[in-house]
Design a protein around this ligand. Structure first.
Ligand SMILES: Nc1nc2c(c(=O)[nH]1)N[C@H]1C(S)=C(S)[C@@H](COP(=O)(O)O)O[C@H]1N2
Ligand SMILES: [Mo]
Length: 206
């Protein structure tokens, strides 16, 4: 908007309790895995429509149609990075290749070393959710999740799983790594859904 400083625009995009730091912090638990293309695959499993598991090799994944998403990113530790330009593969593309059973309502995203995060199917298929392979038109750096990370901009960033290796279709919701350790099952930053004690009935598995 003419005459309005970028910072004012960004303030309106900042969820409650968040701030904009200098630079783009890198945050994760544990080590950065080494990418070996010949060993890498993405497994789609759980309640698939076809009944079995499917895997995509790195060349197969890299050949999928690509999209771009420009989005802000909100970590529950209160920093937000604004206007990130991600490139990658839409979850709907993967779901068309490997459809879930009709009664699937949730997914678990799995990473190297067993990190995981659960999402409602509606969050997984939201238009801003992406399997990102690029940030600012460059391949992701190893510490940002190379070769593929999930980006779920409308939820707290622990749901944006780096080093993705699996998608598990779930008929019933199950908690992922941080959701089991006291973080909110849904994690909407605009509602400040930070911790599991804030969950209302129906927002998490019993
Ligand atoms: N595999 C994996 N993915 C992860 C994490 C992790 O520990 N392991 N940490 C999450 C958290 S808490 C945040 S804030 C973001 C940080 O992403 P960034 O390093 O690109 O800022 O990655 C998320 N994805
Ligand atoms: Mo985070």
């Amino acid at each position: 908007m003419a005459g309005v400083p970028d910072e004012m625009e960004e303030d309106r995009r900042l969820p409650p309790g968040q701030y904009i730091p200098r630079g783009r912090p890198v945050v994760h638990y544990g080590r950065v895995p080494t990418f070996r293309p010949e060993r890498w695959n993405l497994m789609v499993f759980g309640a698939t429509a076809a009944g079995g598991n499917a895997t995509l090799s790195w060349p197969e994944f890299a050949a999928l149609p690509r999209v771009k998403v420009i989005a802000d990113f909100h970590c529950v530790t209160r920093f937000s990075t604004m206007g990130n330009e991600w490139g990658g593969v839409a979850p709907s593309t993967l779901m068309e290749l490997f459809p879930p059973a009709p009664d699937v309502r949730h997914v678990m995203i799995w990473a190297e070393y067993g990190y995981s995060a659960n999402l409602r199917l509606s969050d997984f298929t939201a238009p801003d959710t992406l399997f990102a392979t690029e940030l600012d038109e460059e391949p992701l750096s190893p510490e940002r999740g190379h070769p593929v990370r999930m980006i779920v901009p409308h939820l707290y960033a622990w749901k944006s799983v780096k080093w993705v290796r699996g998608v598990e279709y779930l008929r019933e919701d199950r908690r992922g790594f941080w959701e089991e350790r006291g973080y909110h099952n849904i994690g909407d930053p605009w509602r400040e859904q930070r911790y599991s004690y804030q969950e209302e009935p129906g927002e998490g598995p019993p």
